[in-house]
Ligand binder design. Sequence first.
Ligand code: FAD
Length: 394
Amino acid sequence: MGDPVIETEEHQALRDAVAALGKRYGREYFTQVVAEGKHTDELWAEAAKLGYLGVNLPEEYGGGGGGITELSIVLEELGAAGCPLLMLVVSPAICGTVIARFGTEEQKRQWLPGLADGSRKMAFGITEPDAGSNSHRITTTARRDQESGGWILNGRKVFVSGVDIAEATLIVGRTEAVSDKGVKTGKLKPCLFIVPRDTPGFSRNPISMELAAPEKQFELVLDDVRLPADALVGDEDAGLLQLFAGLNPERVMTAAFALGMARYALERAVEYARDRQVWKVPVGAHQAIAHPLAQCHIDIELARLMMHKAAHLYDIGDDMGAGEAANMAKYAAGEAAVKTVDQAVHTLGGNGLTTEYGLASMITAARVARIAPVSREMILNFVSHQSLGLPKSY
Ligand SMILES: Cc1cc2nc3c(=O)[nH]c(=O)nc-3n(C[C@H](O)[C@H](O)[C@H](O)COP(=O)(O)OP(=O)(O)OC[C@H]3O[C@@H](n4cnc5c(N)ncnc54)[C@H](O)[C@@H]3O)c2cc1C
């Protein structure tokens, strides 16, 4: 086991190899794909072929046998090259992890090889319009279909990414809890269901977003969606545990997404500040420009350290420890990305807002990491309550 702080040679080699792949595509490729309303299919396919997309999944199902540490390296380096792949957060990190840890043998054989080699993608839907940050309030409900022994799902989801390019969506629903005596308690417990894209009753409407990204967000309607019994992933009674098994990797990967973007923006700003001269020296010689960029570099490095810690704790099976670290890493990375992109835009003056330099469109993209998958305030709430033991306001 390598030192969690200082990277192993294998991790460094993976980082260098992914960075080289990212550089061959670069920001121009990504911008072009977005402008044409397409997806990053070529990069996705090549990264898959090189084994990067399934690096965290078990070897016996076609993955690389690594963990979230390795997958976060892949996402961070592609982002630092200007090509962040949002579906890496969802498909192999959340869905792949949940299926690998809690799926039946049949589900693993059906899904993991495709998620690992990139030929199949899975989206993840938890957010609901009326629940928002309060996921205890989600009302998408699954009830047993007495005739078939399967499930019937009803509900609505919102902001779910990549549903159009994913063969299925892992939907967080709730089933009615039953007491030891077999009586329905009226309480609902979370459960995870694989819903294939074309299942009757499962419809999607794209949400128009101010984001320059190839992945789209969707509102989903589940209207009497009938699923077979084996659509349920894992144990009906251990839903929360299974959910957290997917949410911690999601936070680590969002940190990687944010930090890749922040590194890309910082590099562009530094290049510009070194060259651009309007007085006797380059603008980067003025401390008003240099110091904020130095602060951004420090913030990025601190967030990366926490991300490594979170990934390491998760990979060694410390779900509790990983929970706190993953939240803190996501918080620090989101804040570093928002600050760095803003500072990078400012460093370029008017050019910061031009299409040619491509930084302004990253302002909204960076804000995503502050809002999703869990907002800055909800992480501060988590740390206040769980880490510091302070009382709740809600
Ligand atoms: C680009 C993008 C992609 C997304 N992809 C997915 C996806 O693939 N799957 C999915 O399920 N979801 C996805 N989401 C949804 C995302 O996870 C939610 O937007 C996020 O959890 C916040 O929920 P909300 O938008 O309902 O905000 P709300 O919960 O309505 O919050 C609004 C504001 O109030 C604050 N707030 C709320 N409660 C409290 C409190 N108790 N204390 C202090 N402040 C509070 C919040 O921090 C926020 O600033 C995505 C969102 C975006 C923007």
